[in-house]
Design a protein around this ligand. Structure first.
Ligand code: TPP
Ligand code: MG
Length: 329
């Protein structure tokens, strides 16, 4: 196992700050769900190094990331406004309130395996128009057993598309352990069958994740084809705020895995002053985010009918009229 940090001290401190912002925002999001502000939330605890390390490796001037429903850390690492990202969990609009094109982050996708298909389509476009960017797509150990993933990886392998398949193997797909989702034990090993590279990395070591993702993105941009990066990590919390992990896994397992908590692993390599500084910064971001989320107003119901088609169809216009009439009634 490698020791932290292997990168420049300032870079490492910066990654740690983003991981800590993610941890504290994640705790706040759970509290907001318990207070009835957010209807539901998918916790990130334990996966901060995997998310921040991978997203920080992106070149935001040309790459594009495709998240699932559990990517707060990636959004934080990419500099997306946390209010706009977490607004997704308010369920008041289509996904978050950030501008995906400007942020280089697609709208969060709750279809398991869904973002992977979109990333491959984007990568095909990038290859055709020669802009030189790469796609980074997130998916889980559970998603890796979906047929969509096979189609996406095979297509990407055949066309040698600039895409990095970033699997967060967090041990569980809701109540099913990885052993029931991944025959053969490794998502990375499957890459060989698609004709490209696959690497397994310690997903709780932010520098190891950053290095592996950076290498994979560089390879993708220089025409070397796709890579699977499988970050071995652990979901320390529940699948969602309506899940009780005590029904399918032991407290012993949770305790053992908590010893490899990415935040404490990174903390061991930092000074008390750096940590205090990062805590103060995180507290400021949390306060601003909570205030912002509480202040958000429900958008106009008409928004349901906008953004569906550039030119609305007759059927959609009729539905819009019927909806308006039902509101006035
Ligand atoms: C196509 C599809 N099937 C099933 C679900 C229900 N579902 C939501 S999350 C999940 C488990 C996903 O596990 P994994 O890919 O390991 O990601 P994790 O939740 O661990 O981050 C399932 C089955 C869904 N959202 N979409
Ligand atoms: Mg999982």
């Amino acid at each position: 196992m490698r020791t932290l940090p292997t990168m420049d001290d300032a870079e490492f401190r910066d990654l740690f700050r983003r991981m800590l912002v993610t941890r504290r925002l994640d705790e706040e999001a759970i509290a907001l769900q318990r207070q009835g502000v957010l209807p539901a939330y998918a916790p990130v605890r334990g996966q901060e190094a995997a998310q921040v390390g991978s997203a920080a490796a992106l070149d935001l001037s040309r790459d594009f990331a495709f998240p699932t429903y559990r990517e707060l850390g990636a959004a934080v690492a990419m500099g997306v406004d946390p209010v706009a990202y977490l607004a997704m969990h308010l369920n008041i609009w289509h996904g978050g309130l950030y501008d995906p094109s400007a942020a280089r982050l697609a709208p969060p996708n709750a279809v398991v395996g869904g973002p992977v298909l979109h990333a491959v389509g984007w990568a095909m476009g990038a290859q055709l128009d020669g802009t030189g960017g790469a796609a980074l797509t997130y998916f889980g150990d559970g998603a890796s057993s979906q047929g969509d993933i096979h189609e996406a990886m095979n297509f990407a392998g055949v066309y040698r598309l600039p895409v990095v398949f970033f699997c967060q193997n967090n041990g569980w797909a809701i109540s099913l352990p990885t052993s029931r989702q991944v025959a053969g034990g490794s998502v990375a090993a499957r890459a060989a069958g698609y004709g490209f590279e696959g690497v397994q990395v310690d997903g709780n070591d932010v520098t190891a994740v950053f290095d592996a993702t950076r290498q994979a993105l560089d390879r993708a941009r220089s025409g070397g084809g796709p890579t699977v990066v499988e970050a071995m990590t652990y979901r320390l919390g529940p699948h969602s705020t309506s899940d009780d992990p005590g029904r399918y896994r032991s407290a012993e397992e949770e305790r053992a895995r908590a010893e490899r908590d990415p935040i404490s692993t990174a903390t061991a390599a930092l000074s008390a002053e750096d940590i205090a500084d990062a805590e103060e910064h995180a507290a400021t971001v949390v306060a601003r985010t909570t205030e912002g989320l509480r202040a958000l107003k429900t958008p106009a119901g008409d928004d349901m009918f906008r953004f569906v088609h550039r030119e609305p169809t007759a059927a959609l216009l009729a539905q819009h009229r019927a909806w308006k009439e039902s509101q006035d009634a």
